[in-house]
Design a protein around this ligand. Structure first.
Ligand SMILES: [Zn+2]
Ligand SMILES: [Zn+2]
Length: 237
């Protein structure tokens, strides 16, 4: 089906050329070691908050033209929130997809909530758990519902692939400790990957504030597991 908002049909944002250009631009434009937003002129403190905006928006055709897609003059470094503002002012034809990942208690949902706009699509497996179990996901994830939860998520992934529905931004939220899984998703959906890089101590402090003893214990285990997995399989953060 044809939509107003479509994704660029490639893994442009995961290509070596783009990732190298992106890093080069960020490094070259550092001011006293800080990245400054070219929209609001304030520093961007968190790596995951750095978005590179194309002044001439990329579409199905022009992303292949390096004079547009990889041209530093066509690229602005901005906060995620400022990026949303730019596109609200000037309109946006193409939808953006973001993979928001990090350890349990990192603040992924909070980050999405802060940037969410009416009509955006969120695929957050924790929220799907809550939706069909009726319990806060902190309470745990009943094994018997696993297949149902995954089926709902996969349906949404499928719709994303086939461009069903209209939205400007899609947020795929999850732990995704394994780089292979993140990269597969990022390629599938031509998504930008945002790592909510909260350290283990902070995550543990937050988990310790959970009142329910059993839930607290679960979460401490989830956090441990996430960092173990990320450490084992991922040496390029
Ligand atoms: Zn800004
Ligand atoms: Zn943009």
């Amino acid at each position: 089906m044809a939509g107003n908002y479509v994704s660029i049909n490639t893994s442009f944002y995961q290509s070596d050329e783009w990732l190298a250009t992106r890093q080069k631009i960020i490094t070259e434009r550092l001011v006293n070691g800080e990245t400054i937003c070219e929209y609001c002129h304030k520093p961007i403190y968190k790596k995951y908050d750095i978005i590179l905006h194309h002044k001439i928006e990329l579409d199905e055709l022009n992303y292949q033209d390096v004079k547009v897609s990889l041209n530093p003059d066509n690229i602005m470094i901005v906060h995620h929130a400022c990026h949303n503002k730019i596109h609200n002012n000037f309109g946006k034809k193409y939808s953006s997809c973001y993979i928001v990942y990090g350890p349990p208690m990192a603040g992924k949902s909070t980050y999405v909530k802060e940037h969410l706009q009416y009509g955006d699509l969120i695929i957050d497996i924790d929220k799907i758990w809550e939706c069909i179990s009726g319990f806060n996901h902190l309470k745990g994830k009943p094994d018997g519902l696993k297949r149902n939860v995954f089926a709902i998520r996969d349906l949404l992934y499928d719709q994303l692939r086939h461009k069903v529905g209209f939205y400007k931004n899609c947020y795929i939220v999850g732990g995704f400790p394994l780089i292979s899984e993140r990269e597969r998703l990022a390629r599938d959906f031509n998504a930008e990957v945002l790592f909510i890089d909260t350290d283990k101590e902070t995550c543990m402090l937050r988990a310790n504030e959970i009142e329910d003893k059993e839930v607290k214990k679960n979460y401490i285990t989830y956090i441990e597991n996430w960092f173990d997995k990320a450490k084992l399989f991922d040496n390029r953060k």
